[in-house]
Design a protein around this ligand. Structure first.
Ligand code: SAH
Ligand code: DHB
Ligand code: MG
Length: 224
């Protein structure tokens, strides 16, 4: 390998190589990404490898009821919905009606519409109406980063003891830890971390990720 390869090219190649062995051809997922791009959605869904990782986590935990904050075109939603058994539900919250329309198409095309409840509106409002408390097994938080701490606190209310809460985009190519740097995205992650510090109701760790979506990370928490 050339020593001048950029890290992203190296990470992309690594994802591509591993995916070629571990991820099946997936026309429904390909169609979802294509339709999302054609309708102008930003290219910020989780990567295929990350989507499958979320899918495997849901299966490992035996989760049946999943909360997602931030649907976009439903790419991660489809990975989550595929992991839950018949009778399970993914509740997914999305602000943007256009994103929600595209997601509805993609979710339906993937054959998982019966497992997904998409709620359109500001997640800060939608999430407060969900319940009862402790009625979800798993939460994936991936919307506006300013809302991270609020979504995390509501996810703690909604996820039962022993359940899982994952937060996307907590490293942002190292910018979160670069205290000279500030924007609303990284500040939202810092606020989340400060809120979790000393919180006796969760145990959490961050696992950094690299791949075709660059260098970022998942915060992984267990609701005690
Ligand atoms: N989970 C998706 C990606 C989500 S991108 C995937 O991996 O496939 C973030 C999404 O959060 C965008 O669609 C954006 O419109 C939505 N969003 C931003 N602010 C929001 C808010 N206040 N409430 C709900 N959704 C919001
Ligand atoms: C952004 C948001 C995401 O959820 C993501 O995975 C990547 C980027 C963003 O707003 O820039
Ligand atoms: Mg994300």
């Amino acid at each position: 390998m050339s020593s001048v390869s950029s890290p992203l090219a190296v990470w992309e190649k690594c994802d591509e190589y591993h995916n070629s062995f571990l991820l099946d051809a997936d026309p429904a997922m390909d169609a979802a990404l294509k339709n999302s791009e054609a309708q102008g959605l930003p290219d910020i869904a989780v990567s295929p490898a990350q989507g499958k990782f979320l899918n495997l986590l849901v299966k490992t935990t035996g989760s049946k009821r999943v909360l997602e904050v931030g649907t976009l075109g439903g790419y991660s939603t489809i990975w989550l919905a595929r992991a839950i058994p018949e009778g399970g539900l993914v509740t997914t919250l999305e602000l943007d009606p256009h994103h929600a329309k595209v997601a509805t198409e993609n979710i339906s095309n993937a054959g998982v519409a019966d497992k997904v409840d998409l709620i359109v509106g500001p997640a800060a409002e939608s999430i407060k109406k969900l319940g009862p408390n402790s009625s979800y097994d798993f939460a994936f938080i991936d919307a506006d980063k300013e809302g991270n701490l609020l979504y995390f606190q509501e996810a703690k209310r909604l996820v039962k003891s022993g359940g899982t809460i994952i937060v996307d985009n907590v490293c942002r190519a190292g910018r979160v830890a670069d205290l000279e740097y500030s924007d609303v995205l990284v500040d939202g992650v810092r606020t989340l971390l400060m809120g979790i510090e000393g919180d006796k109701e969760v145990e959490a760790t961050t696992i950094s990720t690299v791949g075709e979506k660059g260098y970022d990370g998942f915060l992984y928490a267990i609701r005690k």
